[in-house]
Design a protein around this ligand. Structure first.
Ligand code: GUN
Ligand code: FE
Length: 420
């Protein structure tokens, strides 16, 4: 790995509400650990190779904390349906096809390429219930240098027969998959991934809590996403006040847990997940598309809950985390209007923070260029966004990138100290 030196216009958010910008500066890392940002190249590095990106922007790697790889194939379809109908009409029939590894290879390759092209360096990914397909996805993500937690999905009830697992088989398959994949990759690791409360028996949830503990694993699931979903969950767990309390009773809330959505939490549920150190994957585009709701992101952030962004493909149709930043701002403004201006909307640096350091923190010291952070970086060429039209500051340039960029603007990617 060794020394890596990038030169250009460096932008990051060590603090969530302020861009820190360094014009024409050097970003140096040694063995995947950031040494610092320097205005001129320190003497000791004079003989090292410098990746000189000229007037381009250098930003931290983007993190997607919640995405369904198998659903990439029908992105942009079916956004007229509400969550529970959407699952039965689109998600389940599509996911079923991933028993076929030839099929899986085509669409998992396309998915990984798309993430890479859009500047995502880290992701927390749902595969499907299939062990072999999930292992193939892990191979493909490793090959494309997407550092990821990947889940073989558990679903053993309340779903069509063609996709429903037998309870014992679901648990046995999960442990077989864990034994196959723990420690196998440099960038990819397995994560315990029960789909959500409606499709998981208490036996499966209990076993997943035990496996997470036994192998010290990350945990990824959906929570508190949709009124219909919560009614089903709490109809089954009558003594529990919330989805969060149900997961907690199965030891599924830890500082390695990421919960997607969290749209209708109770106050006690918010405090519970904060105290357990859980991270929330905020997926604004999906929340609107499947008519789930507008989550209280400002309240969660003010309480000290860890929050990052997710594309939730194919609930969302854009894999771009820039788009998730812009949509998070937009949805927060709707929330501001709907709460009588009580929940203040996200600032631009805050949205950027959520997609970089906020989400990156789920992976450790990731998503910022502070000393000791891992070297995940993305190079942005914004010359087609009219940078020449005015003497834009770096703050203005990154603001335009967040709102206007697409994969054509992403021209380089470094992950865990390696050039991708
Ligand atoms: N809840 C359970 N499964 C899913 C899924 O595939 N997408 C979303 N958005 N929510 C879910
Ligand atoms: Fe999802």
């Amino acid at each position: 790995m060794g020394t890596l030196i990038l030169k250009g216009n460096i932008i990051h958010t060590p603090q969530k509400d302020k861009f820190e910008c360094h014009e024409n500066a050097y970003l140096i890392s040694k063995d995947n650990s950031i040494v610092g940002i320097f205005d001129s190249l320190p003497e000791e590095y004079k003989n090292e190779y410098v990746y000189d990106y000229g007037n381009k922007l250098i930003i931290p790697g983007l993190s997607d904390l919640h995405v369904h790889a198998s659903q990439y194939v029908y992105c942009g379809l079916g956004i007229d349906l509400q969550l529970m109908d959407w699952l039965g009409t689109y998600a389940f029939p599509t996911e079923c096809k991933y028993s076929d590894l030839d099929y899986a290879k085509v669409y998992y390759e396309a998915f990984a390429e798309s993430l890479a092209k859009n500047g995502t360096t880290r992701a927390v990914v749902f595969a499907t219930k299939h062990v072999e397909g999930t292992e193939l996805l892990m191979d493909i993500l490793e090959k494309h240098k997407i550092a990821a937690y990947v889940g073989k999905v558990n679903m053993d009830m309340f779903c069509p027969d063609y996709i429903c697992e037998d309870t014992k088989q679901s648990i046995a398959d999960t442990e077989r998959w864990l034994k196959d994949t723990i420690g196998k990759y440099k960038m990819v690791q397995p994560a315990i991934t029960p789909r959500f409360i409606p499709t998981c028996s208490s036996e499966v949830l209990k076993a997943m809590g035990e496996l997470a503990k036994k192998y010290d694993l990350h945990i990824h699931t959906h929570s508190t996403e949709d009124i219909g979903e919560i009614e089903i969950s709490l109809g089954r767990y009558k003594d529990f006040p919330s989805d969060g309390h149900v997961y907690d009773s199965f030891n599924l809330l830890t500082d390695k847990t990421v919960l997607a959505h969290f749209i209708f939490p109770t106050k006690e549920e918010m405090e519970l997940i904060r105290d357990r150190g859980v991270t929330i994957a905020h997926c604004p585009q999906s929340n609107g598309n499947v008519r789930a709701g507008v989550p209280p992101i400002r309240q969660l952030m003010n309480m000290g809950v860890k929050v990052g962004l997710g594309s939730d493909i194919a609930g969302g149709y854009s894999v771009s985390i820039f788009r998730a930043m812009a949509d998070a701002e937009y949805l927060s403004k709707i929330r501001w209007m709907e709460t009588g201006k009580e929940d203040t909307y996200l600032s631009v640096p805050e949205a950027f923070f959520l997609g970089t350091k906020g989400g990156g923190s789920y992976f450790g010291k990731v998503g910022s260029f502070e000393e000791g952070y891992e070297m995940d970086a993305v190079i942005i060429d914004d010359s087609n966004l009219g940078t020449h039209l005015d003497n834009f500051s770096l703050e203005q340039r990154i603001e335009r990138v967040i709102h206007m960029a697409d994969d054509r603007n992403v021209v380089g990617r470094f992950v865990m100290g390696e050039k991708a």
